[in-house]
Design a protein around this ligand. Structure first.
Ligand code: GDP
Ligand code: GDP
Length: 437
C-alpha cells in the first residue's frame, strides 16, 4: 500500500520541528531501535484516525549556505514535489510576515491540498488572532500550539481527509514496482535509460499507476508489467536542493517505500560507502526485495580478482542481505542488464509465495530435530506450530511456550531452514514469535 506523504513548510522558527516531533511521537523512538534504520529527523512515520502517513520536515534540509529566501523557496518546492498534502506553518505571535506571504504565493501554484497551521496559539486570546491569516488565501487557519499539543487534532482531521481512499491504493499484484537506489553518480539514471532503450515504454495507463507521473511503466516481451520508480534526481535534474545529502536520502527513502524490489546500485570503481549501508538497511527494514547491482563493470580493472573481492566485501558489509543476488552490470554497454527482468520476476514471485501450514510444520519438525530449541534455567523453548500470516515479505508466526526463551540466533536458524525449504531468494522473510497462553 502506498503511504501518503505530508510535508511541513514555513519560515524558520515558526515551530515546524516542534510539530514534527510531536507528530513523530513515540513511533520515532521505536523506529530508531531497529538496526539499520535512518535516524534522520526530517523523516518520520505517524498515524491519525488509523491512517499511516509519512511526515517530512522540509526545514530540516540544511541549505544554510543559501540566502533565506532561496531556502524557503526550495523547501516549498520540495513540499510540492514530494507531498500529497502540505502543512504550511506560521506563527500567531509574529503575525503575517512578508516571508509567510511569499511562501503562500509559491504554494498557490500547486494543485495539492494545503492545510494552514497557525502555531504558538497557546491561549484563547492568541487563538482569536488566527483569523488574520485568512489573507494568505490558503483557506481556514487552524490555531495550534506545538509546545502544548493543542489544536493539532482538528488540523490532522483535515490532512487525513485529503488522503486517497484506502481501496484506491490497493495495488495490482502482477505489476512489479522497482527502483534503482544509490549514491549520486553510481549510474542510476544511466540504468533507467538503458532499461528504457531495451524495453518498449508504454504510454497507456497500467492499473493503479496514475498517481506518480514521473514513474515509468514498461512491459517486457512476455507481457510482464513493470513500474520503474523515480529516484533521487533522475527526472528533476538541476534544482539546487538535489545536491543536498539529506534530500537525496529522503528521495531514496520515498522511492524504497513505493517499490516492491530495490536495486541497490554500487559503483565498481568506488566500492561500498556509509550511505549505501544506510539505504540498504532501510530497504531491509521495510521488507523490500533486494538486488545488488555493481555498475560500471565495463571500466573495472582486473575483473577476475575484483569480482571475488567485491562479492566478499558485499557479503561482509551487508551480512543481513545474504539472500540478495549480486549482478555485475554496465549501464553503458548494457552488459547483463537483460538478466534484470528475470531476477525481478523471480523475486516478485518469491515475495508472494504462500506456504501451507501442514508443509510448514513438517519443515519445523525437521528443523527442531536437527537443532533442538534453546533452554534456559531448566526450561526449554517449545515451538507448538508455525503459520504464515502475510506475504511481501513472507511473514511467519511461531507459537511458543515462552517468548523469552527464543533467541535471536534460533530465530535466524529457523529463518534459514525456511529459506532452504521454500526458496525465498531476493526477499527478506520474517519470523515472529508469539506466546500461546
Ligand atoms: P522551526 O524552525 O520552524 O522548526 O521551529 P522550532 O520548532 O525550532 O521552534 C522555534 C521556537 O519556537 C522554539 O524556541 C520553540 O520552543 C518555539 N515554539 C514552538 N512551538 C511553540 C508553541 O506552540 N508555542 C510557543 N510559545 N512556542 C513554540
Ligand atoms: P546517478 O547520479 O546515479 O543517476 O548517475 P548517472 O547515471 O548520472 O551516472 C554518473 C556518471 O557515470 C555519468 O557520467 C555516466 O555516464 C557514468 N556511468 C553510468 N553508468 C556507467 C557505466 O555503466 N559505465 C561507465 N563507464 N560509466 C557509467
Amino acid at each position: 500500500m502506498v503511504t501518503p506523504t505530508v510535508a511541513l513548510v514555513g519560515r524558520p522558527n515558526v515551530g515546524k520541528s516542534t510539530i514534527f516531533n510531536r507528530l513523530a511521537g513515540e513511533r520515532l523512538s521505536i523506529v530508531e531501535d531497529r538496526p539499520g534504520v535512518t535516524r534522520d529527523r526530517l523523516y518520520a512515520t505517524s498515524t491519525w484516525l488509523g491512517r499511516q502517513f509519512r511526515i517530512i520536515d522540509t526545514g530540516g534540509i540544511d541549505m544554510s549556505d543559501e540566502p533565506l529566501m532561496n531556502q524557503v523557496r526550495n523547501q516549498a518546492e520540495i513540499a510540492m514535489d514530494e507531498a500529497d498534502v502540505i502543512m504550511m506553518v506560521a506563527s500567531v505571535q509574529e503575525g503575517v510576515t512578508d516571508l509567510d506571504e511569499e511562501i503562500a504565493m509559491l504554494l498557490h501554484r500547486t494543485q495539492k491540498p494545503i492545510v494552514l497551521l497557525i502555531n504558538k496559539a497557546d491561549n484563547p486570546e492568541q487563538r482569536q488572532l488566527v483569523y488574520d491569516f485568512y489573507t494568505l488565501g490558503l483557506g481556514e487557519p487552524y490555531p495550534i500550539s506545538g509546545s502544548h499539543g493543542t489544536g493539532l487534532g482538528d488540523a490532522l482531521d483535515e490532512v487525513v481527509s485529503h488522503f486517497p481512499l484506502q481501496d484506491e491504493q490497493d495495488e495490482d499484484d502482477s505489476l512489479i514496482r522497482f527502483s534503482f537506489i544509490g549514491r549520486p553518480n553510481v549510474g542510476k539514471s544511466s540504468l533507467v535509460n538503458a532499461m528504457l532503450d531495451e524495453k518498449r515504454v508504454i504510454v497507456s495507463n497500467i492499473e493503479g499507476t496514475t498517481r506518480d507521473a514521473v514513474d515509468t511503466p514498461f512491459v517486457d516481451e512476455e507481457g510482464q508489467e513493470y513500474m520503474m520508480i523515480d529516484t533521487a534526481g533522475i527526472r528533476r535534474r538541476g534544482k539546487v536542493y538535489e545536491k543536498t545529502e539529506k534530500y537525496s536520502v529522503l528521495r531514496a527513502l520515498s522511492a524504497i517505500e513505493r517499490s516492491d524490489i530495490v536495486c541497490l546500485v554500487l559503483d565498481a570503481k568506488t566500492g561500498i560507502q556509509e550511505q549505501d549501508k544506510r539505504v540498504a538497511g532501510y530497504a531491509y527494514d521495510a521488507g523490500k526485495g533486494i538486488i545488488i547491482l555493481v555498475n560500471k563493470w565495463d571500466i573495472a580493472e582486473n575483473k577476475e580478482t575484483l569480482f571475488d573481492e567485491m562479492t566478499m566485501q558485499i557479503r561482509q558489509e551487508f551480512q543481513y542481505l545474504s539472500f540478495a543476488p549480486i549482478l555485475f552490470v554496465s549501464a553503458k554497454t548494457k552488459q547483463r542488464l537483460d538478466r534484470l527482468p528475470e531476477l525481478l520476476k523471480m523475486i516478485a514471485e518469491n515475495r508472494q509465495r504462500r506456504i501451507q501450514s501442514s508443509v510448514l510444520n513438517d519443515v519445523l519438525l525437521d528443523a527442531i530435530a536437527i537443532n533442538p530449541p534453546p533452554s534456559d534455567k531448566g526450561r526449554r523453548l517449545k515451538i507448538f506450530y508455525m503459520t504464515q500470516v502475510s506475504t511481501k515479505p513472507p511473514t511467519f508466526v511461531a507459537f511458543v511456550n515462552d517468548k523469552d526463551l527464543m533467541h535471536f540466533s534460533y530465530e535466524r536458524f529457523l529463518e534459514n531452514q525456511l529459506r532452504r525449504a521454500f526458496y525465498f531468494e531476493g526477499t527478506p522473510i520474517r519470523v515472529i514469535t508469539r506466546q500461546r497462553s
